[in-house]
Design a protein around this ligand. Structure first.
Ligand SMILES: [Fe+2]
Ligand SMILES: [Fe+2]
Length: 255
């Protein structure tokens, strides 16, 4: 057994450990393809293969017991607390906007601008984030969250916004935004909510102080007044975005 374990590669050992942990659970937890893609594998376990490896168990069709327990009728705040991996960037950006005397829509847009990154996915995060909040906020807020995806890459001297230093460090000096981003920027420039989206970029804190503490509770009233919390719980209502929240709530539900 020892020799066998030693003969395993690191990734085989990780897989074996994961398999072992899965067996400890009452239900079968399947990984969506997306989780595998992030590890460079175009793979998915088939239903029959999972059943064969886990005799006597059913597929997980509800909450994942490994994750923080969500209330039955979750609110936006519950997702912040239980599903967002990091909220300090959002809280600090919103605080910056609040201190700058901006109206509540700008503050809310700053608070929500990167929720996709915080909870869900990095690629095209502005588009995902906008879609998640669209049914619950003023169009000005969701439009701005979507537009910030493109605006971040383009300076606006009128408000003192420059191309972020951090992007040079992250993407290299030669990185150029893709044509769809350039096109989205051009369209956004002439939109009536351009300045709201621009304010997201202005208040986006690129080099924030990881020690500065801002509490989510400071935004309770602004969220209460500007985010239409569904009575069924966010995800259990039936809007075109509900499934995204449900997926965050139950990310390993089999189907
Ligand atoms: Fe962003
Ligand atoms: Fe940001």
């Amino acid at each position: 057994m020892q020799a066998q374990a030693e003969a395993m590669t690191l990734s085989e050992r990780a897989d074996a450990l994961e398999e072992h942990m899965m067996h400890e659970l009452e239900h079968i937890v399947a990984r969506s393809v997306l989780f595998n893609l992030a590890e460079g594998k175009v793979e998915a376990d088939s239903g029959p293969a999972l059943m064969a490896r886990n005799p006597g168990k059913y597929m997980l069709m509800g909450e994942d017991p490994r994750l923080p327990k969500m209330p039955e009728k979750p609110t936006l705040m519950d997702y912040f607390r239980c599903r967002f991996a990091s909220t300090s960037h959002l809280l600090q950006s919103a605080t910056h906007a609040l201190k700058g005397g901006h109206d509540e829509k700008v503050v809310l847009a700053c608070l929500l601008h990167d929720i996709a990154v915080a909870s869900f996915i990095r690629c095209d995060h502005g588009y995902w984030g906008a879609q998640m909040i669209e049914p619950y906020v003023d169009e000005e807020v969701s439009w701005s969250v979507r537009a910030h995806q493109a605006l971040r890459f383009f300076p606006d001297e009128s408000v003192g916004y420059e191309y972020p230093e951090m992007y040079v460090k992250y993407f290299g000096p030669d990185y150029q935004p893709e044509p769809y981003i350039v096109e989205a920027y051009k369209q956004a420039r002439n939109h009536r909510h351009y300045m709201t989206a621009r304010m997201i970029t202005v208040n986006d804190i690129y080099s924030f102080d990881p020690n500065a503490k801002v509490e989510l509770e400071e935004f309770t009233d602004i969220i209460g007044r500007n985010f239409r919390q569904p009575k069924e719980g966010l995800g259990w209502d039936n809007t075109p975005a509900s499934h995204m929240w449900r997926t965050l709530n139950w990310p390993t539900r089999f189907l």
